[in-house]
Unconditional design. Structure first.
Length: 580
């Protein structure tokens, strides 16, 4: 029996409805409603196996006639999905509720369609199912969206390789195999040498092409069982399954030689690049993936320190083992503090150089110890950096800062983010969720990135700054002068505030070189319309000279030390948000 289509009279000539006129009109209305919604209704007679469809039949099945029997319908369900529908039906025969499942159809024209099937059996007097009535809804768009979310959650957008979180999961699984079955495996951190120089000289497209080329070469040179991911701007991670520690060096040398031997094609022509590689054996490496990656990256740093284009295997010294144990204990204390609300802010004022009034506060993370002591950032941030836990900490800092700004609408706060967070889209998405519909809060949040981090990948830093400013927040470039930012970069980053590194401020009245640098920078920032902050101001003489040079804001012990209590609750004078 052919189905009723949206273009037909709308009357259903199957067994679902009787010939009573009111029911005929109801059937027609139901068919039209289903067609308008893009859904397909069906009735399946279990005794004869006949199936009748109505609604948007052509939209779902195409021009060919839909399956006329239950068996024929199951023939077009993709084999690996059929078990899901059969299981739902089997469960439904003994359950008076509604069955619900999703599966794919393989149509006659070769297309796949995802459908959501929801229905219920009509039962006879003996309780046995006689008919099944349900609705099929096409869900291709939702499935594509879910696939896109999964792709973004697990894969690097540029190279298509695993991203850092997904690689960490794979590394955790591999470590479990090593520990349970005494298997052998290694992990390598593989970095492209001097990638910022490529971007500086040839542009972002060339740097991206280099990364893609390196990714393809790694995939070609390594085995299928090995796992590759992109873990940082210029760094890849490689899990070598069934690789003994003494074979790791041979694998690394093969990768190094392959990059030396042949340049990578880019839109600007072939570019020669080299790699630096750090490796660690999993058997005696660590108790978790973070520690393994941290060790490999430490070895990678040693390889770069030797001039790059080489491989260094991680080795422990007794002193390193002791230091690492201490760092692990500190990191554990920090993570425990985040979970138990023992992480809090110390607030340091940033004051107007002319009036001395507080413009905003920098919120500096502090950790309460079990004995009531308070750990300053310098006591735990190195351990957090080394073990790759910055993202967790930065997310918590963001949550604390936004909560504080909501509770105290009279203040503005600045928070620092790490280099990993600058390239971390989940952090940006979390910020969007927290600040959506809260322009009053966003306008009082200042996000600080360091100059060194910004220069590691200028294009990524530009994207980060643009995204944060689009939320209504301001961005400050911290520690300016500590790296090698060019004036062109300063303009392209489009930050709102520039903070002069404290090394140029301390002893400024007696250092003529620093005086020249500070005056030049202030003139430049004034031309760009940027606010300026001098860090580590400790004396009246430094403050007076900076004020004479035209600095906008001052920060340092001379203006106020970080305080655990909220200083604005004592200071009743109004605050002026930077940028007002």
């Amino acid at each position: 029996m052919s189905p009723a289509s949206p273009a037909s009279s709308g009357a259903h000539d199957g067994p679902l409805f009787s010939a009573v006129p009111d029911q005929e009109r109801l059937a027609a209305a139901l068919t039209i409603a289903l067609a308008a919604a893009g859904d397909v209704g069906y009735e399946w007679d279990l005794a004869t196996d006949e199936v009748h469809f109505f609604g948007a039949v052509v939209d779902l099945f195409g021009a060919d006639a839909p399956p006329a029997t239950g068996r024929a319908f199951h023939d077009v369900v993709v084999g690996q999905d059929l078990s899901a529908r059969l299981a739902a039906l089997d469960s439904h025969w003994t359950d008076a509720g509604i069955f619900d499942c999703e599966f794919r159809l393989l149509l006659a024209d070769g297309r796949y369609r995802w459908v959501h099937d929801r229905g219920q059996a009509a039962r006879g007097a003996d309780g046995a199912p006689r008919l099944v009535r349900g609705v099929l809804r096409a869900i291709d768009r939702r499935k594509q969206y879910e696939l896109s979310l999964e792709q973004n959650a697990n894969f690097d957008e540029l190279t298509g390789l695993f991203n850092r979180p997904r690689l960490q999961t794979a590394l955790t699984e591999t470590l479990g195999q090593v520990q349970r079955y005494a298997a052998v495996a290694c992990y390598m951190a593989v970095a492209v040498d001097k990638l910022p120089v490529v971007g500086e000289g040839f542009g972002r497209a060339a740097a991206d092409a280099v990364l893609i080329g390196v990714a393809h070469r790694l995939e070609r040179l390594l085995r299928e069982r090995d796992v590759i991911g992109r873990v940082n701007v210029d760094m890849f991670g490689v899990i070598l399954h069934r690789c003994a520690p003494d074979h790791m060096a041979a694998v690394a040398q093969k990768l190094l030689q392959a990059l030396r031997a042949e340049p990578i094609d880019t839109p600007d022509g072939p570019i020669h690049v080299t790699l630096s590689i750090g490796g660690v054996a999993l058997a005696d490496a660590a108790s978790d993936a973070n520690e393994i990656m941290a060790k490999a990256e430490l070895a990678l740093g040693n390889a770069r320190g030797r001039g790059a284009d080489c491989f260094v295997e991680y080795e422990w010294s007794r002193a390193q083992r002791r230091e690492h144990r201490v760092q692990m204990e500190i990191a554990e204390q920090v993570l425990r503090a985040l979970k138990t609300n023992q992480a809090r802010f110390a607030y340091q004022p940033i004051v107007d150089s002319g009036t001395g009034t507080t413009s905003y506060y920098e919120a500096l993370l502090r950790i309460e110890g079990p004995d009531g002591s308070v750990l300053p950032a310098g006591a735990f941030l190195p351990a957090i950096d080394r073990l790759g836990l910055n993202r967790i900490v930065d997310l918590h800092v963001l949550d604390l800062a936004v909560a504080e700004l909501i509770a105290h609408p009279e203040i503005a706060l600045a928070v620092n983010v790490s280099g990993l967070t600058v390239s971390d889209r989940p952090w940006r998405h979390h910020a969007e969720q927290l600040l959506r519909g809260r322009p009053d809060v966003a306008s009082r949040l200042i996000v600080e990135i360091t100059e060194t981090v910004a220069m590691q990948d200028v294009a990524e830093a530009e994207r980060f700054v643009h995204a944060i400013r689009a939320l209504g927040c301001r961005v400050a470039l911290d520690d300016f002068g500590a790296g090698y930012t060019s004036f062109r970069h300063l303009k392209s980053l489009s930050v709102d505030i520039v903070k002069i590194d404290g090394s140029y401020v301390q002893g400024l009245p007696v250092n003529t070189d620093n005086q020249l640098f500070v005056r030049t920078l202030l003139a430049l920032c004034d031309g760009f319309g940027l606010k300026t902050v001098a860090e580590f101001v400790e004396t009246q003489a430094e403050a007076d000279l900076l004020r004479a040079y035209g600095i906008g804001l001052l920060q340092g012990y001379h203006c106020g030390k970080p305080q655990l209590d909220r200083p604005w609750l004592r200071d009743l004078s109004p605050l002026r948000v930077a940028g007002d």
